[in-house]
Ligand binder design. Sequence first.
Ligand SMILES: C[S@@+](CC[C@H](N)C(=O)[O-])C[C@H]1O[C@@H](n2cnc3c(N)ncnc32)[C@H](O)[C@@H]1O
Length: 249
Amino acid sequence: MTDPYESFAERYDLFFGPFDEHDPKTTEFFRTLFAHHHVHSVLDCACGTGRDLYLFHQLDCEVFGSDISAAMLAQAERNLASHHVSVPLDQADFRELPLTYAKEFDAVVCLSSAFFEMPDEVELRRALASMRGVLRDGGILVLTAGMSDRTWRDKPRFIPEVNRGDFTRLFVIDYFDAGARFNVVDLFHDPARKDMQVWSICYNRVFLRDDIEGALRKVGFHRYTFYGSYEFQPYDKEMSGMLIAVAEK
Ligand SMILES: C[S@@+](CC[C@H](N)C(=O)[O-])C[C@H]1O[C@@H](n2cnc3c(N)ncnc32)[C@H](O)[C@@H]1O
């Protein structure tokens, strides 16, 4: 199977500032959530380049990372090593986590729309059931997505992600029936480099709040909360620009 991130992994982190600096609201969200649910061990099952592994390590958690992409895992390895942090990393499809992990975690997280890479509801349920399968009783699953009911309704075509003196990154989004193609347009405009690169990922299916709730219930989660921001605002279909789901096993 081809890895869509192979040609993007080394540039992925241009979304963010320094690897060891996180948005304070995100940090406080996880600190508060993990304290409330007595979370010590955390599996980030779509860990990408490892930014959130570093954050959870800073929050004194026992951290594990997995991802399906060898290229993203290699970048995570480099990022963590350069910050002197050691985290076990495994290549695993998040639809099959019990094949890789015999232990149960206090929390499993799947962040930044990674579950949109599931082609349909059957595969989404497979993924959520697998994540549930490596959670202890009372443990929590955390999902986040940058696309919300509101953004799906408004269908913005251009979203600036980064706009610095030397570099600009823009999402240019094509919408179709139930899915969307995200084109990531990078413009380098520093004195040494003036060029453009485009990378795209296609989501066959964008899962909104009610789709996620239905899938969570079908795989056995009956206690869950949807937030619309990292400040614990309740999710509002009309207003929220992002979605966070927290489900308790
Ligand atoms: C948009 S990136 C998000 C990475 C990271 N969570 C973040 O917040 O930066 C999506 C990640 O999901 C991973 N992914 C996609 N499908 C997966 C699957 N079936 N199992 C595990 N990881 C998967 C991709 O390889 C990629 O690293």
